[in-house]
Design a protein around this ligand. Structure first.
Ligand code: SF4
Length: 282
């Protein structure tokens, strides 16, 4: 009998640890209030404090309706009445103050979708969908930059990629709004880095007003933005969140879902946080 070959034990495959992922929302929250970041992403207690809000629900319904509209072929395949019927099937009721409040929002949603459908018909001759509701990522070294994009259209003439972001609460929008919006900057960076041979620009579609505005970053602006984002991401990674305490922010705290939690911390310290917030205690 031939001598059997000794069996080499299989070594376990060691996967490198997953890098942290930072989205525009995470970055904005960190820059706005590190305590909010701690509660939302480190302690993860948001589910106990977040309230349903009409604005969020309304936006979510419209996003879902428009996602399906474009996935189903846009205005060439879906009529305006079919688009409105789709909205009815995905309608969410949480957060509205009353039946009347909800009904008024539904009437507004119908108006928005009729306007959107007409604009979409005119646009269909110049563009085709490149992607719809997709997460893009870019490795930044210590972390991964991410962004969920509503839609990217490809322009048939020159192949340019146009990132389209829906804003359900807005009547109007300007080029400065697009240029100054952190999320739009991140989306441009992600799209450009993933498609380096394409011209890229970003558009906000203010759904209530049925208007759009666009802006584009130059390559040097994009490089500066990338450096800044790398710095912010590194700062998040280096922050000792256990040591972060709530600091009253007059613009942010009154509408923040975590206010009851932070209020308790300020009361324990005997702090006059109401005057710090410039609120009255009536
Ligand atoms: S209540 Fe104010 S301090 Fe507390 S998390 Fe919210 S914004 Fe930050």
């Amino acid at each position: 009998m031939p001598a059997s070959t000794p069996r080499v034990p299989k070594l376990p495959v060691v996967k490198p640890p997953r890098k942290p992922e930072f989205s525009p929302t995470r970055i904005r929250i960190f820059l706005t209030c590190p305590m909010m970041y701690r509660l939302e992403y480190v302690e993860k207690v948001g589910r106990f404090y977040h309230r349903a809000r009409a604005g969020f629900t309304f936006g979510s319904t419209l996003h879902q309706t428009l996602q399906t509209f474009h996935e189903d072929g846009g205005s060439a395949a879906v009529s305006a009445p079919e688009l409105i019927a789709k909205m009815e099937t995905v309608w969410q009721s949480q957060g509205y103050e009353s039946v009347e409040h909800e009904a008024a929002h539904k009437i507004e949603a119908v108006r928005i979708l009729e306007t959107y459908h007409a604009a979409s018909e005119a646009r269909a001759e110049m563009t085709k969908p490149f992607l719809i509701e997709k997460m893009l990522k870019w490795d930044m070294g210590l972390f991964v930059l991410t962004g969920r994009i509503d839609r990217i259209d490809e322009h048939l003439g020159d192949g340019a990629l146009e990132i389209v972001d829906y804003k359900s609460g807005r009547q109007g929008v300007s080029e400065e709004d697009v240029k100054g919006a952190l999320a739009m900057s991140v989306y441009q960076l992600l799209t450009k880095r993933n498609n380096p041979d394409r011209q890229v620009y970003a558009t906000i579609h203010a759904l209530r007003g049925g208007v759009t505005a666009s802006a584009s970053y130059s390559e040097s602006e994009m490089a500066t933005l990338e450096d800044e984002l790398r710095g912010i991401g590194t700062l998040i990674l280096e922050t000792d969140f256990e040591a972060i305490q709530p600091v009253p922010l007059p613009k942010e705290c009154p509408d923040c879902d975590f206010l009851p939690l932070c209020t308790r911390a300020w009361k324990r310290e005997g702090r006059d946080y109401l005057s710090e917030l410039m609120l009255t205690s009536d």
